[in-house]
Design a protein around this ligand. Structure first.
Ligand SMILES: C[S@@+](CC[C@H](N)C(=O)[O-])C[C@H]1O[C@@H](n2cnc3c(N)ncnc32)[C@H](O)[C@@H]1O
Length: 268
């Protein structure tokens, strides 16, 4: 890739990888599952810790599945997860969505979960995903929308967190309110037969809310986000206040959180 790589706002800290490691094909790819068939070749772009990738591999077996990441840290975690599952065929490789090391038309499905929102040029990424997807194959993307996230109780620190996260992500040239922009991005990438849907993650029981509150508190005060927030003039005291707000929210007996996602299924 020419120039500096995009900066990934979350980073690959323990809390982030652990949180992403809870994702499954069932809770993250419901819109994609109906088109999957045994024997398909699948590319999972920005596969993170690989739990979704490995689920997809089980569904399309004996098809070939490749997960890619531009940095090694999540790939190591993904390879360990494959070993634990006894999956010896799925490959996790170093690659960049802007310059995929794959031939034209070489996959039946090119999937990216929560990736476009972190890129400075999601349309260029979609063009490259379309290049490696065979005619009649599927491009599948799903992204959240920070402005549309909804929660209760109305802990003021969580609204501060939302403003700060969106500011930091945009400071990185990324787009945190991605779900609502997917339609425009796939139009610009000239994808075909576009199907747009939405779905929601709901956190509304005691262990899940406690986990989500603690996970967000750790992410907010971790060194990667703290460093990026400092560039926006936000100090550690402010981050500690937001982290405490997350913990307070997570321990509220009536805590509730909804994350809206936009989804696209399209042909290249
Ligand atoms: C929010 S994580 C999603 C991980 C995984 N898809 C999941 O949902 O669990 C976004 C991932 O995109 C990856 N990413 C960022 N820039 C990328 C690029 N240029 N090419 C490929 N992946 C990229 C990040 O490293 C990160 O692991």
């Amino acid at each position: 890739m020419a120039g500096e790589p995009d900066r990934y706002t979350h980073g690959h800290e323990r809390a982030t990888l652990a949180s992403h490691g809870k994702r499954t094909a069932e809770n993250s790819c419901g819109y994609l599952l109906p088109v999957l068939e045994a024997g398909m070749r699948v590319l999972d772009v920005g596969c993170g810790p690989g739990t979704i990738t490995l689920d997809l591999a089980a569904i399309v077996a004996p098809g070939e599945v490749v997960g890619i990441e531009p940095v090694e840290d999540p790939l190591d975690v993904a390879r360990e997860a494959a070993t634990r599952r006894g999956d010896t065929t799925t490959r996790f490789e170093l690659a960049d969505v802007y310059a995929l090391p794959h031939d034209d038309d070489s996959f039946d499905v090119v999937h990216a979960h929560q990736v476009l929102q972190h890129l400075t040029d999601p349309v260029r990424a979609l063009h490259e995903m379309a290049r490696v997807c065979r005619p009649g194959g599927w491009i599948a993307v799903r992204d959240a929308d920070y402005a549309a996230m909804s929660w209760f109780p109305e802990v003021p620190e969580l609204e501060d967190w939302r403003s700060l996260y969106r500011q930091v992500a945009r400071g990185n040239g990324a787009e945190p309110d991605a779900a609502r922009r997917l339609r425009g991005w796939v139009q610009a990438a000239e994808l075909d037969d576009v199907r747009l849907t939405t779905s929601v993650w709901t956190y509304a029981d005691e262990p899940t809310c406690r986990w989500w509150g603690e996970s967000q508190a750790e992410r907010v005060s971790g060194p990667i986000f703290a460093g990026q927030a400092a560039e926006q003039g936000v100090d550690a005291g402010e981050l500690a206040r937001i982290a405490e707000g997350w913990r307070a929210w997570g321990s509220a007996p009536d805590a509730w959180f909804a994350i809206l996602h936009g989804e696209v299924l399209a042909h290249p």
